[in-house]
Design a protein around this ligand. Structure first.
Ligand SMILES: [Zn+2]
Length: 274
């Protein structure tokens, strides 16, 4: 499932391919491809010129020469591809033109949890992104404020850092990696942690995602491919996520997996104590 580094990699790829181009035609190919929040059909975009690309957390959007934007969320398996050969999972299609050159931008999504939508903008943010917290890479991210917010929550630290209204961009993979890095048990109560401990977790999240960004985004789902059609996989080693029964790279103890919501948490029972 794409997290912040993957979405940012997609945004960078999109930026290179779509900014300065005009959307000549659109086509919605699957009913779930369009978010119900969309103010209208994709045809509203016909004739619009793409001015810029933006991202917050796991949401991205194209700024147009219009009072609305094209927003997107990749869900579990969403991809943006330019002129792909395999078009079986295309959910929405955008014909783009710059000068005499035509290309087609495909929003592909095998599992159909992702979407695109036409959205109005308020305070610089599309409708779906209203209420989504800043991510740790935003220049306005206020870490001490986020720390205090987390400490006030009657929840576990893992649930808190996955909450996109507290801090955005972190998903299950990078949450497990960040908690391992910070030596914090995923089920620790946020309200029982010191500010310093929570800072360590947020610092780790930024470092872990920063590493992923450097390598160009990672994903552990073969469905995910970045905008060029290149695999978004990269080979940073994972210390905790998906490493059940493997030795902890720090202390050698076997990594444990426990149930977490409908998913799992992976941690080292020696380094990360409750
Ligand atoms: Zn360990």
């Amino acid at each position: 499932m794409p997290e912040l580094p993957e979405v940012e990699t997609v945004r960078l790829g999109l930026h290179a391919h779509v900014v300065g181009r005009r959307i000549m035609a659109t086509k919605q190919l699957h009913p779930r491809g369009l978010n119900p929040k969309s103010i209208g059909p994709l045809e509203l975009l016909t004739g619009a010129k793409v001015l810029d690309t933006r991202r917050r957390g796991k949401f991205l959007w194209l700024v147009l020469d219009r009072p609305y934007v094209l927003a997107a969320h990749l869900g579990m398996s969403g991809q943006f591809l330019i002129d792909p050969q395999d078009q079986r999972h295309t959910r929405a299609l955008f014909h783009l033109k710059r000068g005499l050159k035509n290309t087609s931008l495909h929003f592909n999504d095998q599992r159909t949890f992702g979407w695109v939508s036409v959205e109005e903008v308020r305070d610089g943010l599309p409708t779906s992104v209203q209420g989504i917290a800043l991510d740790p890479f935003d220049k306005n991210f206020n870490q001490s404020q986020v720390v205090e917010d987390i400490r006030r929550r009657n929840t576990t630290i893992k649930t808190a850092i996955l909450n996109q209204n507290i801090v955005s961009g972190i998903g299950n993979i990078y949450a497990d990696e960040s908690l391992w890095e910070a030596k914090v048990h995923p089920e620790k109560r946020a309200s029982q942690m010191t500010a310093r401990e929570i800072e360590r977790v947020l610092d780790a999240a930024k470092a872990v995602m920063g590493n992923a960004l450097k390598v160009g985004g990672t994903s552990f789902d073969e469905l995910y491919i970045n905008v060029n059609g290149e695999s978004g996989y990269f080979d940073i080693s994972l210390n905790a996520y998906g490493q059940e029964d493997e030795p902890c790279p720090r202390c050698g103890k076997q990594i444990k997996r426990i149930k977490f919501a409908n998913r799992s948490s992976h941690f080292c029972p020696k380094c990360q104590r409750l």
